[in-house]
Design a protein around this ligand. Structure first.
Ligand SMILES: C[S@@+](CC[C@H](N)C(=O)[O-])C[C@H]1O[C@@H](n2cnc3c(N)ncnc32)[C@H](O)[C@@H]1O
Length: 223
């Protein structure tokens, strides 16, 4: 726990300066780009790099995941926040036509049932109003046998850190200004939505500007 707090404090000054100097979406974009440069890129590539066919990314933010999709993936990113979406659309335009971004809400997806070969949720379930609702919508629009990929930071499973993350979640939400909860763990909800979990990777990184959250990368499919 002390190591995680030390890591957070080490980056806090630079990050709060960046946050003051840039509008919200631009800050988020710069923050993600810095983390990717420092090694987080490999996490993103491993998450989505093998996907092909019609792919939906729910909550694409500024499009930080876009460069990591293979050209065999025809990606539709949806994002509800206009400032984030504007940057995502600009990034999608540089992606040789295989990535598009549009306005959309993961709570009410504007797609028919069984549409996509894969659905991606990258660092999104921490900030949606209802994890259950978004996962149920994801399940509805992915084809039978289709892939579900989730990357998420989760609440610590250790008793004291987990308790402290619950206690300090309101403070964290004030600091991040993006509706991000740090005390969720959506793995059971992925299963409860009907997905079959194929593989879970647990990891924690101290080498990027991101807080050293416990993280999970989940590969699942719709049976
Ligand atoms: C931390 S960003 C992650 C962006 C991107 N997926 C990535 O991997 O970097 C979380 C995004 O989830 C979006 N979000 C929040 N609620 C949402 C909802 N109901 N439906 C879709 N996206 C949502 C936020 O607007 C934000 O852009």
């Amino acid at each position: 726990m002390l190591k995680e707090i030390g890591h957070f404090l080490k980056n806090a000054k630079d990050l709060s300066r960046l946050q003051r100097e840039h509008p919200r979406a631009e800050f988020s974009d710069l923050f993600m780009a810095k983390a990717d440069e420092q090694g987080f890129a490999e996490v993103r590539r491993e998450l989505v790099g093998d996907l092909a066919g019609r792919v939906l990314e729910i909550g694409c933010g500024t499009g930080s995941m876009f460069p990591y999709y293979d050209e065999r993936a025809n990606v539709e990113g949806i994002e509800p926040e206009e400032d984030f979406l504007a940057l995502a659309i600009a990034r999608a335009k540089k992606m040789d036509g295989h990535v598009h971004a549009a306005r959309g809400d993961g709570m009410n997806l504007a797609f028919p049932d069984d549409t996509f070969d894969a659905v991606v949720l990258g660092l999104v379930l921490c900030s949606v109003p209802s994890v259950k609702r978004v996962l149920s919508e994801a399940f509805r629009v992915v084809k039978k046998g289709g892939q579900m990929r989730v990357l998420e930071h989760v609440r610590s499973e250790a008793a004291v850190p987990g308790f402290l993350m619950n206690l300090t979640n309101p403070l964290w939400m004030t600091l991040n200004k993006q509706g991000c909860h740090w005390n969720r763990n959506p793995l059971d909800e992925v299963r409860a939505a009907g997905f079959v979990i194929d593989d879970v990777l647990s990891f924690q990184r101290f080498d990027t500007v991101m807080p050293a959250f416990p993280m999970r990368r989940v590969r699942a499919h719709r049976p």
